[in-house]
Write a protein that binds this ligand. Structure first.
Ligand code: F6P
Length: 333
């Protein structure tokens, strides 16, 4: 049985990382394993910022946004020499297993350590929901709840002025947040990187909204397509003289990451954290905890990092049937 493990959060923070840290800590302690928290992601590992965690230190963190361990994006961790330094530091501190919570860059770092022989288990912690192999990442649900409450407010002021709002949401390479929030806020357009957008159709849609006396129109743009202001410029250029509504832009930005974890994210973080420790104790290595058909499963790093997560086809269908413009499927050459 392992005697000592460590946990770190890396990349962009996501709501639910704290419940995950808590679950790792409590489960490990329950198994008689010592747990160390590594501050500030891989950068903190290289700087030897390790501290023992106990039950009291993780008490009450389920309801706290962000990550108590803090996080960072560590560019130098791409280098083999740096990864080897991390390996020797883990050995120096007698860490026998490592839990990494983060997005694709962080899990790529975790795989590098695994390849050097470190027993590593990962967890998908990113609001983008762009990690293949898992239905949900930790933080996605809370980010969506934050987005929909912001868009509901935007819709209220949009309706008062009969305006069109462009709302830029996060999602570097993924339209998941844009699509799902468009569906649940009753927005009119979801501009997502997975589908080719058609400016002309959006102009027409604005015209129909205006003529049929709808008081608002909301276009959700995933940042992975282009910045909201660029989208707005191109839309205005396409619809020159034809767009009757006032158009405004709101960039939601980092508020999307700072929400208090929802029940779903507390539960998901807890389940994944528990599973990560169980996996380590059972000798699993080089795997990520994933939610598959609602259940916790393990997926190889190589599998999840080699594939691009796709947008669920039934959500595209649903959006279209609800009258949301999502653009055209991009043909694969
Ligand atoms: O990966 C999560 C994410 O929130 C992306 O949606 C966004 O593009 C990026 O992080 C922002 O990163 P940073 O906080 O480093 O600006």
């Amino acid at each position: 049985m392992m005697k000592r493990i460590a946990v770190l959060t890396s990349g962009g923070d996501s709501p639910g990382m704290n419940p995950a840290i808590r679950a790792v800590t409590r489960t490990a302690i329950n198994f008689g394993i010592e747990v160390f928290g590594i501050r500030n992601g891989y950068a903190g590992l290289l700087a030897e910022e390790l501290e023992p965690l106990d039950n009291l230190m993780v008490s009450g963190i389920n309801r706290v946004a962000g990550t108590m361990l803090q996080t960072s994006r560590c560019k130098e961790f791409h280098e083999l020499e740096v990864q080897k330094r991390a390996l020797s530091l883990l050995e120096k501190h007698r860490i026998e297993g490592l839990v990494v919570i983060g997005g694709d860059g962080s899990l790529t770092g975790a795989r590098a350590l695994h390849r050097l022989g470190v027993p590593v288990v990962g967890m998908p912690g990113t609001i983008d929901n762009d990690i293949a192999g898992t239905e949900m990442g930790i933080g996605v649900d809370t980010a969506l709840n934050t987005i929909i409450s912001m868009v509901d407010m935007i819709k209220a002021t949009a309706s008062s002025h009969s305006r069109c709002f462009i709302v830029e949401v996060m999602g570097r390479g993924s339209g998941y947040l844009a699509l799902m929030s468009a569906i649940s806020t009753g927005s009119q357009v979801a501009v997502i990187p997975e589908y080719r957008l058609n400016y002309e159709r959006i102009v027409e849609l604005l015209d129909v909204r205006f003529r049929t006396k709808h008081t608002n129109c909301v276009i959700i743009v995933a940042e992975g397509v282009c910045p909201g202001h660029e989208f707005m410029q191109r839309l205005m250029d396409t619809g020159k003289g034809r767009i009757q509504q006032d158009v405004r832009l709101t960039v939601l930005g980092h508020v999307q990451r700072g929400g208090i974890p929802s029940h779903f994210d507390r539960y998901l973080g807890s389940r994944m954290g528990e599973m990560a420790v169980l996996a380590l104790t059972q000798g699993e290595r080089g795997v990520m905890v994933a939610q598959v058909n609602g259940r916790m499963q393990l997926r190889d790093f190589d599998d999840i990092l080699s594939r691009r997560k796709t947008i669920p086809a039934d959500s595209i269908r649903l959006a279209r049937n609800l009258g949301i413009e999502v653009g055209d499927a991009v043909e694969v050459a």
